[in-house]
Design a protein around this ligand. Structure first.
Ligand code: ATP
Length: 565
């Protein structure tokens, strides 16, 4: 830093972290000196900190301690507030906080009426003030861990977070002493977390990021081309998330309790709160083992309750919700005008993505060539609950030294809707050996322009003239019917009820092929030497004009042509 001039006030050093601010949970992360993103545990040792605040006699509880207050002190416990920030009361769904402090109208926005000072008085605390208190607690945990005052952050938010919500979050964070350097979308953060790993191979690929959280699911289809990301489609759903899976277990155990005790624990708010907390814990255990137990002291009418459930039974009960996750992904791929076979990678993010059945269903949906990045399909997968915070921390370390203007610039190229190619551009090399030529895509569809790609082609075997055709290529799906062997009833697996369409129908084999379209340019290279190589460079400008260069590797000269689009 330059020496300070007389009278000049030194701006404080920026100590930035990544924050994932979820409606259910939040996480904080930092980037180590080695450039590795690490999630920070708070004072309770939690890396996934429930976005919950609770007040008892004026004392503030945060995270897991606050969440446990949903049983005894629900009216002074504020949960699921992120989605209310920056919104009009009339446009929000108040249902998620039925079991905690209720959302109330405050002017046009949302507030919670809670006893937060130690007196009997109920104060109307705005969602903005609650957010400030939450961010302050997160920043304080990070400061304790890092041994320096955290004063800035990159925060990950859902893809459909509006400008008003962003402004409200920026302001609420500022009140907490945290300057928001940037907000990045949760799926982008997940992609960054993977691509920042030292072993990551940055290549052109189409990625589906499936973020399954507690109260919502977000799917994003991203084209990664030359290290730039473009979002091709997004979809959200508030009816398919972890809360629906909790409800399935709540209903299952409630029915068992009713059978034995003739009383429904769901009718009493405190019994329901106890059952909900335990059902969620049971659900998480089922991601790890084949069996899980549930035990609640004095569930209803003073009666204790204990039971177990195995994973197969749970998967049957939740089959519809799991199918709905898969359907959301199919819809997002279709919305991006792509086929399942076009997807190179699926990143599973968010707490619910720990569920093995979700990954297994995706393994069936996608081709074996598609990498499914989740704990149950890939041992080296990053913990899905930590992806958003890690990605935010990486981005924070990249930009914390930038000026404000530069930060704004840096947001745009990272994920943007730049012009991109509707069709692939590829090359067919025609020689005496290969008369028809074989299409090789050089610039993939959806590549953001401007871009430049180089391809090297070995041709011809015996030497001679080579014709290079630069063509458009459209991806097509070839479907071949293959007779399927009959399944006998015995061979059907345990989860056959999940795939009841396993009949004797012919199997369809689907493969990706190229349909060669318009020839954009043709170049002839004379007398290429025996076993020689031809280098073709395609440059697509921002105006979609194409420049093609073809030359023999190691030889002088070449052919160059400009094509206007
Ligand atoms: P949202 O904003 O959608 O509410 P979030 O980003 O705040 O979600 P996450 O931590 O991504 O929260 O997801 C929370 C959900 O993940 C909860 O429903 C939780 O029960 C579930 N979850 C966490 N761990 C597991 C696990 N091991 N197995 C299954 N579900 C899990």
């Amino acid at each position: 830093m330059s020496a300070q001039q007389d009278g000049e006030v030194a701006s404080p050093e920026v100590h930035a972290i990544g924050i994932s601010f979820g409606n259910s949970n939040s996480s904080i992360a930092y980037t180590s000196n080695e450039g590795k993103a690490e999630v920070i545990a708070n004072e309770e040792g939690d890396r996934y900190i429930p976005s919950v605040l609770s007040y008892i006699e004026g004392e503030e509880y945060h995270g897991t301690q606050a969440k446990s207050q949903l049983v005894r002190n629900s009216e002074n416990t504020v949960a699921y507030f992120r989605d209310y920030l920056g919104k009009d009361f009339d446009s929000v769904d108040p249902r998620p906080c039925h079991a905690s402090a209720h959302a109330k109208k405050h002017g046009s926005t949302v507030a919670f009426s809670i006893q937060d000072t130690g007196s009997e008085a109920h104060n109307s605390v705005t969602v903005s003030e609650i957010t400030t208190r939450h961010i302050r607690r997160l920043a304080s945990s990070a400061s304790d861990f890092m041994g320096k005052q955290v004063n800035a952050a990159v925060i990950s938010v859902p893809t459909n977070f509006t400008e008003t919500q962003r402004e409200a979050l920026t302001q609420a964070s500022k009140e907490a002493g945290v300057e928001v350097l940037q907000m990045i979308s949760e799926p982008t953060a997940a992609v960054l977390a993977y691509d920042a790993r030292s072993e990551a191979e940055i290549k052109d690929k189409i990625i589906v990021v499936a973020d399954f959280g507690g109260t919502r699911s977000d799917i994003v289809v991203v084209a990664s081309r030359g290290g730039m990301y473009s979002i091709l489609s997004t979809s959200h759903d508030y009816e398919t998330a972890g809360a629906q899976l909790d409800q399935i277990l709540i209903d299952h155990f409630a029915k068992e309790f009713i059978k034995k005790n003739k009383t429904d624990p769901r009718q009493n708010p405190r019994s329901l709160a106890k059952l909900k907390l335990e059902a969620e814990a049971t659900k998480k255990s089922l991601s790890l083992g084949g069996n899980a137990s549930l035990s609640v002291e004095s569930l209803a009418d003073g009666v204790d309750f204990a039971s177990t459930i195995n994973r197969t039974r749970y998967e049957m009960l939740a089959a519809k919700v799991f199918a709905s996750f898969t359907r959301m992904i199919e819809d997002a791929v279709r919305k991006a005008d792509l086929d399942i076979l076009d997807i190179d990678e699926v990143i599973l993010s968010g707490g619910t993505s720990h569920t093995p059945r979700i990954s297994q269903n995706l393994q069936r949906l996608f081709s074996p060539k598609t990498r499914i990045l989740s704990p149950s399909t890939l041992p080296t997968a990053i913990d899905p609950s930590s992806l958003a915070a890690r990605g935010a921390a990486i981005q924070a370390s990249l930009i914390s030294e930038f000026d404000k203007e530069d930060i704004e610039q840096s947001t745009h190229p990272m994920v943007t809707v730049t012009p991109h190619l509707r069709n692939a551009i590829g090359v067919m090399v025609v020689t005496d050996d290969i008369k028809k030529g074989l299409f090789t895509a050089l610039v993939e569809k959806e590549t953001a322009v401007p871009c430049r790609r180089v391809g090297i082609f070995v041709a011809p075997r015996e030497g001679g003239d080579v014709i290079v055709k630069v063509c458009e290529g459209a991806r097509d799906i070839k479907i071949t019917k293959k007779e399927k062997s009959k399944t006998n009833g015995k061979a059907a697996s345990d989860d056959s009820d999940l795939d009841s369409d396993d009949e004797e129908e012919d199997e369809e084999v689907r493969e990706k092929i190229w349909k060669v379209g318009t020839v954009l340019a043709e170049a002839a290279i004379k007398d290429v030497k025996k076993g020689g190589k031809v280098e073709v460079t395609v440059h697509v400008g921002a105006d979609l004009g194409v420049v093609v260069t073809a030359r023999e590797v190691g030889a002088k000269g070449g052919v160059r042509g400009n094509l206007d689009k």
